[in-house]
Design a protein around this ligand. Structure first.
Ligand SMILES: Cc1cc2nc3c(=O)[nH]c(=O)nc-3n(C[C@H](O)[C@H](O)[C@H](O)COP(=O)(O)O)c2cc1C
Length: 435
């Protein structure tokens, strides 16, 4: 099949190859987790491969329990980190994460617009509503997912209004007349809503490259509606092609209902890949990365995702739809719960099968375990079947996966005509083809 459509590809900076026992590999770079030089190096590799963007997910809590044997979710502040990377790169997009549940819209609008100036138009905002961390913000217990999205919607609306409140065109900068800005073009937003009151205008003018692209992650009913109304790209958790097709079709339909072009929303699943020179080696890499997970951990994971205790069931018992808990019960993330509910509805897996699923052992993402050719063929199939518009690379197991991604897989995607060989633009909007 020939197509002019091109993949949209980002690299996650969440050091996925250090998950599980991966950090113990001699070459994992774990000592550098809190050094910006380490990420600058990764960003430069990604820029060399002409990727659309690097992407920094983020959480706002530390799970002390896991620190005994893993780095957990500790991380540098993503926007500060990407600002340091902005100074060392020239073309690649820089997508930071900021929670709408725990921040103030004015601060986020200002930080993002600052990153946009510092990077010369390469900033992107991954809008998350967070799944934990309420205790750090005097907000315990965590609001439900629909409530968080109501707040996210108002928050995002304010941020966009703030970005528009001080337009780039208002900057006159005429030394002879002494006029700095056309102040008639700069206006307060006077927002007063259910969650926030914000006067405005923002104290940073908009950058000339245009509005900052919005990313979103979360695919519940409220998450999808929210995404369809504003997002340019979705970081999706779609473990199989069928869930990718369903999500992408649905988001495109919803985008249309919001008066947007269906292609205005790009579905980018996380692609968690374990690459090696042979399939056997790749399988071994995948097995080793998850070998540390006890049965107890796996049972606890099912309980936390689905709200269902399967620890007393025999391993060979099939799990069927009628055993699932009430769909309306509160869960941490509807997206992750729905993925497992759909799997159970479709396949009635045994307890043993469920406990070994990637969604349970640590990732709800599309997982490829194999050679570079295996990954190439899967990516091509997902793209051409309409299950994805691209992907966010999550290298797994060891740094070898990432090295093979850059040295072999990316050149093959270029050769197949599925990805650019040179940048044609210099802003994130241009890379994503946002007009
Ligand atoms: C693929 C994916 C990635 C996410 N990444 C983050 C993240 O980096 N930081 C965060 O605080 N929340 C993250 N979330 C949580 C979402 O922002 C959201 O709070 C959660 O999924 C609940 O929404 P839902 O019910 O629509 O799934 C992520 C969710 C998904 C599905």
């Amino acid at each position: 099949m020939t197509t002019n459509r091109q993949l949209c590809i980002g690299l996650s900076l969440s050091t996925t190859w250090m998950k599980g026992n991966g950090w113990r590999h001699t070459d994992s770079g774990v000592e550098n987790l809190y050094s910006s030089d380490f990420y600058v190096q990764l960003a430069k590799m990604a820029e060399e491969a002409k990727l659309d963007f690097i992407f920094r997910p983020d959480t706002l809590f530390l799970n002390k329990e896991v620190l005994g044997n893993s780095p957990g979710f500790g991380s540098l502040d993503p926007t500060l980190l990407l600002t340091s990377i902005a100074r060392e790169t020239n073309r690649i997009g820089l997508v930071t994460t900021a929670s709408t549940t725990f921040n103030s819209p004015y601060t986020v609008a200002r930080q993002l617009q600052s990153l946009q100036w510092i990077s010369n138009g390469r900033a992107g905002w991954n809008i998350v509503t967070s799944i934990e961390g309420a205790g750090n913000f005097g907000d315990d217990p965590m609001p439900s997912s629909p409530e968080r999205y109501q707040k996210a919607s108002e928050f995002t609306d304010i941020v966009r209004k703030l970005w528009d409140s001080y337009p780039n065109e208002s900057l006159v900068i005429n030394r002879s007349t002494g006029q700095y800005a056309d102040k008639e073009m700069v206006s307060p937003i006077n927002h007063s809503g259910d969650f926030f009151s914000v006067e405005g205008p923002l104290n940073v003018p908009a950058h000339k490259s245009g509005t900052i692209p919005l990313f979103q992650a979360g695919a519940s009913e409220s998450g999808r509606n929210f995404a369809a109304s504003v997002a340019d790209a979705i970081f999706a958790a779609t473990p199989d092609m069928a869930s990718g097709i369903e999500l992408r079709d649905d988001l495109r339909r919803r985008a249309k209902k919001h008066g947007r072009h269906p292609s205005a929303i790009r579905v980018l699943p996380g692609l968690y890949f374990f690459l090696a020179n042979t399939r056997e080696e790749a399988l071994e890499l995948h097995r080793k990365a998850h070998a540390h997970l006890s049965q107890e951990h796996r049972y606890a994971s099912v309980k936390s995702i689905l709200g269902m205790d399967i620890s007393t069931l025999p391993l060979d018992q099939s799990i069927t739809v009628d055993m699932l808990p009430d769909q309306n019960q509160s869960v941490r993330s509807r997206t992750h719960a729905d993925l497992l509910r759909r799997l159970i509805t479709r396949q009635q897996p045994t307890v043993e099968e469920l406990l070994s699923r990637p969604e349970v052992v640590g990732s709800a993402h599309w997982v490829v375990v194999g050679t570079v050719e295996d990954a190439l063929n899967e990516i091509t199939e997902w793209f051409e079947t309409g299950a994805a518009d691209g992907f966010i690379a999550l290298p797994g197991g060891s740094k070898t996966s990432m090295e093979l991604f850059f040295s072999e897989l990316m050149p093959m995607l270029v050769e197949r005509g599925l990805f650019r060989s040179e940048y044609t633009g210099s802003t994130l909007r241009e890379h994503l083809g946002i007009t």
